[in-house]
Design a binder for this molecule. Structure first.
Ligand SMILES: Nc1ncnc2c1ncn2[C@@H]1O[C@H](COP(=O)(O)OP(=O)(O)O)[C@@H](O)[C@H]1O
Ligand SMILES: [Mg+2]
Length: 248
């Protein structure tokens, strides 16, 4: 039996039939505003708070002060956990990345010293900063990401990465090379119903693990954060049945 850890995201652990495999790597992908950053923040925050697993959140898209503020509105007090030495927020401005692999050494030291068990990276853009020259060389970029995943595995952490994508219509998803280097692949999206969009989540793949293939509604609420309604089906997908009911 492989050991599983709870993500700390309400509903997601039910969808994953117990959680993520310990020491695995997962990619969270979706369009802007679908909740990727919030999901990754919750993975780190509740991992430390509820499951006593220290974590690092590496931010390449938002400033740390914005993240702390937004997290607070969603019911997470990062400052408190940072003060306790259980969570580390790292910002990666271009200037500090000159060292390339050297800065990964720094990260590995921090993992050891602070007994880190979870790392979230928001987002894959981080690697474009880290290795600007491989920007135009996809194979080189992929190699760097793979290497990083291997480092995380060796260091014994459970690793979550965020990446954006343009096409997120669940029926016509386009897959990129990056989608295959992670063991897990979770998609956040929106489905239109009339004049509004409904948030949804689906697990596309978890290598070597059983999981549900259904599409689930997702809620993001002030003070509460993101949760997956694992025992419901999206409104937007039952509309047809409902209309048929009415005319019976
Ligand atoms: N305090 C809040 N209350 C309700 N919804 C929020 C709150 N904060 C953020 N959101 C929702 O979450 C979305 C942003 O989620 P985020 O994880 O930053 O998206 P992504 O990283 O996928 O671009 C916002 O567009 C907003 O709809
Ligand atoms: Mg984001």
């Amino acid at each position: 039996m492989t050991e599983k850890i709870k993500t700390g995201v309400i509903g997601l652990d039910q969808v994953l039939k117990g959680g993520l495999r310990k020491n695995s790597s997962t990619l969270i992908t979706g369009a802007p505003g679908t909740g990727k950053t919030i999901l990754a923040l919750q993975f780190i925050y509740y991992g430390a708070k509820k499951y006593n697993e220290n974590g690092i959140f590496i931010a390449a898209e938002d400033s740390l002060s914005d993240l702390r503020k937004n997290a607070k509105n969603l019911g997470m007090n990062f400052e408190d956990m940072e003060k306790k030495g259980k969570i580390f927020l790292i910002e990666k401005p271009l200037a500090t990345l000159k060292g390339g692999i050297m800065s990964i050494k720094g990260l590995l030291n921090l993992i050891k010293k602070k007994d880190i068990k979870r790392i979230a990276l928001d987002s894959l853009i981080f690697f474009e900063y880290l290795y600007p020259r491989s920007n135009h060389n996809k194979m080189e970029f992929r190699r760097h990401v793979l290497l990083f995943i291997q480092h995380m595995k060796k260091a014994g952490v459970t690793f979550m990465t965020v990446s954006g994508r343009t096409v997120t219509d669940l029926d016509r998803l386009e897959y990129g090379m990056m989608d295959f280097v992670f063991e897990g692949f979770i998609i956040l999206s929106r489905i239109r119903k009339g004049s509004y969009f409904e948030r949804v989540l689906t697990v596309a793949k978890i290598r070597g693990q059983d999981h549900s293939l259904d599409i689930y509604p997702v809620m993001i609420n002030d003070k509460k954060g993101l949760r997956v309604l694992y025992d419901q089906i999206p409104f937007s997908l039952v509309e047809k049945e409902e209309t048929e009911e009415k005319f019976k």
